[in-house]
Write a protein that binds this ligand. Structure first.
Ligand SMILES: NC(=O)C1=CN([C@@H]2O[C@H](COP(=O)(O)OP(=O)(O)OC[C@H]3O[C@@H](n4cnc5c(N)ncnc54)[C@H](O)[C@@H]3O)[C@@H](O)[C@H]2O)[C@@H](O)CC1
Ligand SMILES: Nc1ncnc2c1ncn2[C@@H]1O[C@H](COP(=O)(O)OP(=O)(O)O)[C@@H](O)[C@H]1O
Ligand SMILES: [K+]
Length: 464
């Protein structure tokens, strides 16, 4: 993972900093780099208006004194509120170099929160919490340095119930997990990274990189681009929706297997066939299978799932298939597998595979190992995990996606990318998520799942 894309735990961040220090960079120099880098952003946001820097007792507060000094040198009116004296040597030194006198409270245009960063280990005490909220009301722009104060850097939990919502968060040296994990992600505002020279950390999680998608070869034909089999079920609409999405997700041919009379909303260019069993068992042109959307949870659905998985084709399991899944069904498989659970379905998989890990990222990583496949843990902070490699976070997508049927669209897209067969299943899953997000960005507010599908060709175009 490139350094600018890596996402670190607080401990990994400390290790990265310690390596820089061992290689001869002083802590003071690191704080100077962090403070100066952050001050550049604050300077631009302030545009000459009054800035208040709230400094805490640790090194996050130390960064704040550097920011205050640099802004003052550049002619910006700046005041410092410091409810606790600095406790670390570097922060004491930074305060000395700033050389000013803190005030008890302040008003202004821009509040710079340097109360706590990665060192916060418990909720803000009553006085500090009140001060932070009071200062947030007394300013119109809110910048968090490294992290908003009051959140846990590793879990993204809010340690205090009410916290300000920031307009900008400046991550120092590297992203921390909380920058990309809910609920903290929702209060970050825009995110910018300040480089202080931290190197890539072995095994660190990362941000998914924007992909370039496949264009059919000059001599391509529909089978060469990948034939995707979508297995229908008791609720046929979901399979149709997933198929319609898959038709715009890269695959050359999408076939929906359903014996339902009068399928709703089938476009003329979607091929519908009856029993999938003969084809899956014998047709070598089938490049991938999608099962789950609208499958139902009956005994019959369970045996169809079991049979489809036993065919050992590259497979995406979504929705009902995730609830019906049992470890034995995966035992003899070697073909790529992608599971796309939302939070409730992730719990069901956790139960089936006896994983009680409470931390979401740990659980997703553990389950990817257990299923020996790719896990796409969907939601406002989607994580994609695969065995033997660090997980990646997808960039936040519009919350308008929280509407029925968008999960079917995502499953169709991932399955389509899997059928194309140009990348690993891990990358196919990320490609599907990128397409899904891009279509949502283009669909505007209050779209339906069909509205999302309508944006897919243009969304695909954004990755060529
Ligand atoms: N260590 C380094 O080399 C660098 C650190 N930097 C900054 O340093 C920050 C981390 O600094 P620290 O480890 O000093 O931690 P913080 O400044 O985040 O917290 C300071 C200390 O406060 C105490 N504390 C924790 N929770 C508290 C609470 N609720 N109420 C009162 N006190 C509490 C803890 O002892 C903690 O270590 C980073 O987020 C970043 O801003 C940057 O300057 C870059 C270089
Ligand atoms: N608040 C949100 N912000 C961003 N994306 C969301 C949000 N809520 C849901 N999504 C996305 O929308 C999709 C919903 O999928 P799912 O819950 O399976 O819905 P359905 O079963 O109705 O199709 C997932 O891709 C999920 O990541
Ligand atoms: K902070």
């Amino acid at each position: 993972m490139d350094a600018p894309n890596q996402i670190l735990t607080a401990a990994q961040m400390r290790a990265g900093e310690e390596r820089l220090i061992a290689d001869g960079t002083s802590v003071t120099e690191l704080m100077e780099r962090a403070g100066r880098g952050a001050a550049d952003w604050v300077f631009r946001v302030a545009a000459g208006r009054k800035v208040t820097v709230l400094c805490g007792p640790g090194n996050n507060g130390g960064d704040g004194y550097v920011i205050a000094r640099v802004l003052a040198e550049r002619g910006v009116p700046v005041e410092v509120v410091a409810p606790r004296a600095p406790t670390t040597d570097v922060a004491k030194e930074a305060r000395k170099r700033w050389g000013g006198e803190p005030v008890v409270t302040a008003r202004g245009a821009v509040l710079v929160d340097c109360l706590f960063g990665t060192g916060l280990s418990r909720p803000l005490s009553g006085d500090l919490h009140r001060l932070l909220i009071e200062l947030s009301y007394a300013h119109n722009h809110w910048i968090a340095v490294d992290l908003p104060s009051g959140i846990d850097a590793d879990s993204g939990e809010l340690l205090n119930d009410v916290l300000p919502v920031y307009s900008l968060t400046l991550a120092l040296g590297a992203w921390k997990l909380a920058h990309w994990m809910m609920p903290a992600q929702a209060i970050m505002g825009d995110l910018r990274l300040v480089d202080i020279g931290v190197e890539p950390e072995e095994g660190a999680a990362g941000l998914s990189e924007r992909p370039t998608l496949f264009v059919p070869e000059r001599d391509a034909h529909k089978y060469a681009r990948g034939l995707l089999a979508v297995i229908g079920g008791a609720m046929p609409g979901a399979g149709v929706l997933a198929s319609r999405a898959a038709m715009h997700g890269g695959a050359g041919y999408v076939k929906l297997y359903s014996d339902h009379d009068g399928l709703p909303g089938v476009p003329p260019d979607l091929v519908v066939a009856g029993d999938p069993m003969p084809a899956l068992a014998t047709d070598p042109r089938i490049a991938a299978v999608l099962i789950g959307p609208g499958l139902g949870r009956s005994e019959e659905a369970r045996s169809v799932l079991s049979w489809v998985l036993a065919c050992d084709l590259p497979t995406v399991c979504d929705a009902d298939a995730l609830v019906l899944l049992e470890p034995e069904m995966l035992e003899d498989r070697s073909a790529p597998l992608v599971l796309t659970p939302h939070a409730g379905e992730l719990d069901a998989i956790g139960n089936a595979f006896a994983s009680s890990e409470p931390d979401r990222l740990e659980q997703v990583t553990e389950l990817a190992e257990a299923i020996e496949g790719v896990l796409v843990a969907k939601g406002p902070d989607t994580i994609v995990a695969a065995p033997g490699r660090p997980p990646v976070f997808m960039p936040p997508a519009p919350s308008w996606l929280s509407t029925a049927g968008t999960g079917d669209v995502l499953a169709g897209l991932i399955a389509s990318q899997l059928a194309v067969g140009e990348t690993s299943a891990f990358q196919a899953a990320q490609n599907g998520c990128w397409l899904h997000r891009e279509a949502a960005l283009r669909a505007g507010p209050a779209f339906s799942a069909s509205g999302l599908v309508a944006q897919l060709p243009a969304a695909y175009g954004a990755f060529l």
